[in-house]
Ligand binder design. Structure first.
Ligand code: CO
Length: 217
């Protein structure tokens, strides 16, 4: 079997040399700590690497990626990332970035059963159901998928706003939640203009009231 993974180690060696040539203290500085301004919630798709498509460096973006860039409030992995990013790193912006042609979204639009991942895709199907009349009116499959990708991002932005973690931050400081979509065939990011940054952006039923006692969860 070809050991294709050896290429990654070799690439790493070359990369380290390049970095050290430009700046001998590069890794020493990185090791001191991180102060990223952004939390990125993106798709696991290999073609949407957060740092590369935003032309940013290691240390600039705190990243969480999963199938179809979902914000699921029972997902302990994501909620832990969110809490750390907001309460410890004090990120100023959370960016949900979907992408057109998302395999997760396309799978959710279909009727095939995929085993375990059905449980994850179910969250996207709920988005479809919420916007069924708008989506069913789009005949072209690609255009309908593209619109669901956008609506899914908007829903995840709102799912972030529904968390006590984001709302507690809003009570004392500025925190913006943005919704973007990346075009695989253009390389361009589109801002969907669905930014939320205050509790009034949310339906009343989802608003928490914070009292003097410490808020948990
Ligand atoms: Co995807």
């Amino acid at each position: 079997m070809e050991k294709s993974y050896n290429r990654l180690i070799e690439n790493n060696r070359v990369w380290v040399e390049e970095k050290l040539t430009l700046d001998p203290d590069y890794f020493k500085r990185k090791a001191l700590g991180q102060k990223p301004e952004f939390l990125w919630v993106g798709c696991s798709d290999s073609r949407v690497p957060a740092n590369e498509i935003t032309n940013t460096e290691a240390g600039e973006i705190f990243v969480h990626r999963n199938i179809a860039n979902m914000v699921v409030h029972t997902d302990l992995n994501f909620m832990s990332v969110l809490q750390y990013a907001v309460e410890v790193l004090n990120v100023k912006h959370i960016i949900v970035c979907g992408h057109y042609g998302c395999g997760g979204v396309n799978a959710a639009m279909g009727t095939d059963s995929h085993g375990l991942v059905n449980k994850w895709l179910r969250n996207i199907k709920e988005v479809y159901a919420k916007y069924e009349s708008e989506l069913d009116a789009i005949d072209d499959n690609t255009l309908r998928s593209n619109r669901l990708v956008e609506l899914n991002v908007i829903e995840q932005v709102h799912n972030l706003a529904k968390t006590s973690i984001v709302q507690k931050a809003w009570a004392s400081r500025t925190l913006q939640v943005h919704g973007w979509v990346y075009g695989l065939d253009s390389g361009r990011i589109k801002d969907l203009g669905c930014m939320v940054d205050e509790i009034e952006d949310l339906e009343a039923i989802f608003r928490f009231e914070f009292h003097k006692t410490a808020v948990k969860g």
